[in-house]
Design a protein around this ligand. Sequence first.
Ligand code: GDP
Ligand code: IMO
Ligand code: MG
Length: 430
Amino acid sequence: MNMDIVLGLQWGDEGKGKFIDLISEDYDITARFNGGANAGHSIERNGKRITLKSLPSGIFMNGVQNVIGTGTVLDPVSFRKEILNLQQFDGAVQPEKNLIISRKAHLVLPTYRLLDIFMEENPDYTTIGTTRNGIAQAYSNKILRQNLRVGDIESADFKSRVEHILERDYRMLAGGDMIFPSLEEIRNEFFDAIDFLKKFIRTETEIFLNKALSDGKRILAEGSQAAMLDIDHGTYPYVTSSSTTAAGASSGLGISPKKVGEIFGIAKAYCTRVGNGMFPTEIFDELGEEIRNRGNEFGSNTGRPRRIGWLDLPALRYAIMINGVTQVILTKADVLSGIESVAVCTHYELEDGRNEMISGNLPENAIPALKLMKGWEGDISMINDASDLPAELKDFLSFLNQELGVPVTYLSTGPGRDQILKIKELELVK
Ligand code: GDP
Ligand code: IMO
Ligand code: MG
């Protein structure tokens, strides 16, 4: 058996959570491999909506095991809030039974959030526009080999090691003019959350996952963030601190690349980005505002307005290439319904010629070449059969298939679970 992967191809918030919630019923295990509480994966169930942060999106499925893998960073305080919120949302979920946490996942200590804010607001550092969850601080301490991991919570000196780090961080924070809670307060809250974390299964998830594959179980790896936010391949320094790619899934879960099957890449029919950094197809006029409102493009995690841009094919081609995407899932086409002409960036004009694929390093003077396509009309969110889609949208999909070299196999037409069309059957390539 192989592991399939779902990942974002743009700057995050492509609709990964919705798609995973839907297809997770075909899997035995869903597993998060990167990131932490910076993610916000929204899922609609029975007309209600929840945003998952650290939890895998298969958590609602009875019989699906959910893994928080080794490549992730776990904030126990945020985790406790998330679990309590989940149980309020759906009394039937049983995370004590169907959630397994890697003992090697790294912990986010409470001072990391404070240091994240400190760095974001301090002119000595580049302001990234982070989600302020202490993600970079956890990953940097991991790389420095100074961090604590989930497995450490059982060790006799865990408390003293935590206290040491908190006190050290407080000395650094005291150098700024930020107002922050007392050490006593955050320490107590953290240790309470650690007691809560002890109720959950913690194990060597690599062994669990590889054994599951050998036993014929199906695994779905769930990416957080997206290709253009990848620490190596994204628009550095305006990126997150983890590996968001298919290779990150292998490394973060300890599963050989040889065992990877389908790689589902999720992309919106336009682009959004929260936080700072390059966004060459950004729309600054009132049309951008309109798309933001129609698409409810406000961060699921932070509530920040998302920046809006046209679909960027050079960036998408790059994301497809570095991930080896086998199928593209296009979301939010319904949001563009009624817009007279929809633009797509086909390539960039650079001083030395045309560029059809961009990595995170696009020169500032690059000009996006936009192709205008006739927009589609009507409420497509109620369509049940892909052949009933408006002709203009079919043309748009055909064009993408040609340009991307990878088929668009699903079209998401709304936030609800049923609002998705399988479009394999359509003869889209002209
Ligand atoms: P994720 O981080 O990739 O899981 O995406 P988010 O949940 O942060 O953001 C996607 C938002 O779009 C959520 O509010 C979803 O409910 C919503 N959504 C997902 N797919 C569609 C779609 O096809 N159409 C519309 N209108 N909304 C969608
Ligand atoms: P999901 O999984 C969109 C962005 C932040 C910021 C940069 C670094 O919901 O798609 P960080 O807190 O990670 O240090 O912030 O990355 N960012 C996201 N943007 N969706 C996300 O996750 C994101 N996670 C981080 O806005 O620009
Ligand atoms: Mg999100």
